[in-house]
Ligand binder design. Sequence first.
Ligand SMILES: Nc1nc2c(ncn2[C@@H]2O[C@H](COP(=O)(O)OP(=O)(O)OP(=O)(O)O)[C@@H](O)[C@H]2O)c(=O)[nH]1
Length: 318
Amino acid sequence: MVTSVQISSRASKAKEVIAPSRIAVPKQDLSDELFRLTQRLQTSLELEQILEIFFQHIQQHVSIGGMVYTTPCNQHIKLGRPNIHHVDYQLSRQSNDGDDGLGGIVFSRAKRFAEQELILIESFLGPLIYPLRNALMYREALAAAMCDPLTKTGNRAAMSNALQREIQLANRYHQPLSMMVIDIDHFKAVNDNYGHAAGDDVICSVAKAITTVCRETDLTFRFGGEEFVVLLNKTDAAGARVIAERVRRYIAGLSTKTEQHDIAVTASIGTAELNQDDDSVSLFERADSALYKAKQQGRNQVVSYDLVDDVQRSLLGM
Ligand SMILES: Nc1nc2c(ncn2[C@@H]2O[C@H](COP(=O)(O)OP(=O)(O)OP(=O)(O)O)[C@@H](O)[C@H]2O)c(=O)[nH]1
C-alpha cells in the first residue's frame, strides 16, 4: 500500500531565499522529530485534537501564522491566524483500491515561505496522513451512529444529546426554545394501501419538507417510525406556532410520487415552549400532549400547548 501527500499548488512560492529562523534541522534530528510527531498524533482520534497537535509541532520548526484544514466534505477547521502568503496542499492516500481524498491544508503567514521551509512542511505532512484518515473515519462512524439511515435526519440518540445542549444554551443566554412534535396522520393506511416501500418514501418526503420549511439552525430528528421532533432555538411559543402551521400546510400540499401512485398525506403537530422548570422530558411531554390533542381534534392541525389556556387544557385533558 502506498501513501502519498499530493501538493496541488503553492500559492506562495519563494523567489528569493528568506532567512528562515528555525529550519536548520539535521537529517537525524528530522527523523527523530518525525517519529515524535507520529507518536503524538497517535494519541487521539479526534480530528480537532490531531490538527492542534500537528499545528503545534510544525510551529516549533517553521514559523506559521495560520492553518486551515478543509475536510473532504468541505468543512473548515481553522487554527492560528490566516495571513496573506499561503501554501496549499491536497492530501490523499493512494492505495490499491484507489485514491482516498483526505482534504486540504493551507498554511499561511505574513512573509513568503522559503523553499527549504516548504520541504520541511512536506516532511511533516507525511506522518499526518494515517492519523488524519483514522480521525475522519472515526468522525464518520460517530455521525452515522447519530443519523437515521432512512431520512438522514438525526436519530433519537442525537435528539437526546441536542436537546440537553439546547436547553442549557437557552437557559444560559435567556433565549426561548421551542419544540415541535410532528406525526404523519393515518400512516398505517399508507403502508396498508401502498406497501412499506412507498411508506418509506412518504416518510422521506415529510422529512425533506420539514427541513425545507424550517431554518438551517433548527434541528430535525426522526423520533420514531413516522414521528419527527424539531428543536426551534431562539423561538417562542408564538413563533413555533407560525412555523408549525407552515410545516403542516407544506406537508398537506405534498405529493409523494412512487412508481404507481402519487401519495398525499397530512400531519398533526404539537408544539411547546421551554419554561423555567422544564427538563428535556417535561418539554417533550408537553409538546407530545399537544400533538395528542391535535390528533384527537381531527388531525391535520397544530396545537400549541402554551397557547391553550389552563381552563381549556383541563377541559381537553392536557
Ligand atoms: N413504511 C414504514 N412504516 C413505518 C415505519 N415505522 C413505523 N411504521 C408504521 O407506521 C404506522 C404507525 O401507525 P399508528 O401509530 O397506528 O398511527 P397512524 O396510522 O399514523 O395513525 P395516527 O397517528 O393516529 O394518525 C405503523 O403501521 C408502523 O408499522 C417505517 O420506517 N417505514
